[in-house]
Write a protein that binds this ligand. Structure first.
Ligand code: DOR
Ligand code: ZN
Length: 362
């Protein structure tokens, strides 16, 4: 870690019990979509986050450098005047991805990672990878140039129980891959299990993002007392012991772990559906929720590491110069239950608890 990062590491000297100032956070895993949905959700991320790793699972997916350049333009076009935000683009890995195109897009500074979806694992993953041997040349090129691979860590084998798919992915896909190409920098995206946390901790050249919602819900929230489609996401939330392991990891100051909201907007009617889409929309309320969680963990002084410092350190980028102040007030937030977009209303993640931490907008 360089001196600059180290000097920003412990902002506790500015921390009072009711106020905390951290370097402006980044979101290392974000779905912005396209068209009317992009227009509707863009401001909700840009208000609180300086940068985000932009997921490429559009239809059709963002596979080439040229497609990423065009998508970046559309994102910047959707950005309201006065809000600073830098989209960090990614490419969607397919079995026919050209290693030279990836290298050119990375070397130009446009692309910051490649995303690997096992085919069929989640929303718009049909073009993902079926035979992992077919992407070896791309992964070797990425290892050579230091470009990170972001993985959706679930097997798609119908024989494997959905609650076991992350742990089995580590054993069958991730660990063999890491042994084959140990220099490849890998982010295990939206880690949801103690198995995942333990594995990442044991590795070098590796990081993991943790979502806001997986720090708050376990599988009971989805299924007990009625089926709640707005808590359904992938990887699906697991047992309580796993949620506790995630909270411990996020609040531990371990540089392996950083915030990736996986904020994934879907129109409400496609969530409240006989075959509902996976995804929680947390962009508008993530930062108050994180302050609440870190206070509960007695770790407010570690919020900066998780939300603002560990991510840029992994991606080799500077910590943001700007700052964010969160204040604790007597009144709880009144988060909107949904936002309106040109693609229809989108339900905002409901933490089902009063949250007294607010982002200071003065
Ligand atoms: O819940 C999820 N939603 N998980 C993913 O992996 C994809 C995302 C989406 O794009 O909707
Ligand atoms: Zn995602």
């Amino acid at each position: 870690m360089d001196d600059y990062v180290a000097s920003r590491r412990v902002p506790a000297y500015r921390m009072l019990m009711t106020s905390i100032t951290i370097p402006r956070p980044d979101d290392w895993h974000l779905h912005l979509r396209d068209g009317a949905m992009l227009e509707g959700v863009m401001a909700h991320s840009a208000r609180d986050f300086a940068r985000a790793i932009i997921m490429p699972n559009l239809v059709p997916p963002v596979v080439t450098g040229a497609q990423a350049r065009d998508y970046r333009e559309r994102i910047l076009h959707a950005l309201p005047e006065g809000l600073g935000f830098e989209p960090l683009m990614t490419l969607y890995l397919t079995e026919t991805t050209d290693p030279e195109d990836v290298a050119a897009a990375a070397n130009s500074g446009l692309v910051h990672a490649v995303k690997m979806y096992p085919a069929g694992a989640t929303t718009n993953s049909q073009s993902g990878v079926r035979d992992f041997d077919k992407v070896t040349a791309v992964l070797e090129k990425m290892a050579e140039i230091g470009l990170p691979l972001c993985v959706h860590g679930e097997v798609t084998d119908a024989q494997i129980d959905i609650f076991d798919r992350e742990a089995v992915f580590i054993e069958r896909v991730l660990d063999p891959l890491r042994r084959r190409i140990p220099q490849l920098r890998v982010v295990m995206e939206h880690v949801t299990t103690k198995d995942g946390v333990d594995y990442v901790r044991s590795q070098s050249n590796m990081g993991a993002t943790i979502t806001t919602h997986h720090l708050i819900i376990n599988r009971n929230h989805i299924l007990a007392g009625g089926i709640r489609p707005h808590y359904y996401c992938l990887p699906v939330a697991k047992r309580e012991e796993h949620r506790l392991a995630l909270r411990q990891a996020a609040a531990s100051d371990d540089p392996h772990f950083f915030l990736g909201t996986d904020s994934a907007p879907h129109p409400t009617d496609l969530k409240e559906n006989a075959c509902g889409c996976a995804g929680c929309f947390t962009a508008p309320n993530t930062m108050p929720l994180l302050a609440h969680i870190f206070e509960e963990e007695d770790a407010l002084d570690r919020l900066a590491a998780f939300a603002s410092i560990n991510g840029p350190a992994f991606y080799g980028l500077p910590v943001n110069e700007a700052e964010m102040t969160l204040v604790k007030r007597d009144e709880a937030n009144e988060f909107p239950s949904s936002i309106e977009t040109g693609a229809g209303p989108v339900h905002v993640f409901d933490p089902q608890m009063p949250v007294h931490w607010h982002v200071s907008r003065t």
